[in-house]
Design a protein around this ligand. Structure first.
Ligand SMILES: [Mg+2]
Length: 259
């Protein structure tokens, strides 16, 4: 598969794990959490759900880039006067962990599989919510490759994109591709749910796509449309059996696949 041209990164990457057989990379919002924190902010503190969904669909159909659509959503939160600290606190109180994630994370640890969060959200918010949900120590251990935030002296804030020249803002394929270039590349699992994962979808070896009862299944729609092989899951409890079978070599992705 041809590789995209790497956009310039304004933020550092953690060193890559060179000696692992498997790596688990996962989206954060709506995948490791039950609810997307940026959607939560936009719906409750910004311009609201109807306008946010309109924006999501424009991104999905290619009328807007993820970067620009997402920037507008977050800007609506700032326009309504909400500080970054206030948003952090509201998210700590309202964002919940996927019911199977802790078990999944413990399983990965015991099987020597690094878990890396690859997010279009802002790292300080992810750390704050994650430490609240799984504890300071575990939260510190998990690598996070995300965007950042710029906070002005007057309290206004703005997302700082990792890849400002990319329409994705954070091109998630750039977290995956260095692993594919290793002499003995690991098998790469990627977990995602939404439009922010489109940049990563084709580059994982095994793509898990989360579906939700609220019908906001944008990544599933995208993968079906583009014919990208994936495994659907409702929560991380359902992931343990297929990933366990793949890691043991008992099954391959094709045993679980939907296209
Ligand atoms: Mg997501």
């Amino acid at each position: 598969m041809s590789e995209p041209v790497a956009p310039e990164s304004t933020l550092p990457y953690p060193p890559i794990h060179k000696d692992k057989k498997f790596i688990a990379l996962s989206d954060w919002d709506g995948t490791i959490t039950t609810h997307d924190s940026n959607d939560y902010m936009t719906d409750n503190l910004g311009f609201g759900k109807a306008k946010r969904r309109e924006g999501n669909l424009e991104i999905l159909t290619g009328k807007d880039t993820f970067r620009d659509g997402f920037r507008k959503m977050l800007a609506s939160v700032v326009e309504n006067g909400h500080t970054f600290e206030e948003c952090k606190e509201i998210l700590r109180q309202n964002i919940k962990l996927d019911p199977g994630f802790k078990e999944f994370y413990a399983w990965c640890k015991s099987n020597d599989i690094p878990v890396i969060i690859v997010s279009s959200g802002m790292a300080p918010l992810i750390r704050a919510v994650l430490s609240n949900l799984i504890g300071e120590e575990e939260a510190h251990e998990i690598e996070i490759i995300a965007n950042d935030v710029k906070i002005e002296s007057d309290g206004r804030w703005e997302i700082q994109f990792r890849h400002p020249s990319s329409g994705f803002g954070h091109d998630k394929s750039q977290a995956i591709l260095p692993y594919r270039r290793l002499p003995e590349p690991p098998t790469l699992f990627f977990f995602g749910d939404g439009v922010s994962d489109i940049s990563a979808a084709k580059y994982a070896d095994v793509l898990f796509v989360k579906t939700k009862s609220d019908g906001e299944n944008d990544l599933a729609v995208y993968c079906q449309r583009e014919g990208i092989k994936h495994i659907l899951f409702g929560d991380f409890v359902e992931v343990l059996a297929p990933i366990g079978a793949i890691v043991k070599g008992e099954k391959t992705i094709d045993d679980f696949i939907r296209t």
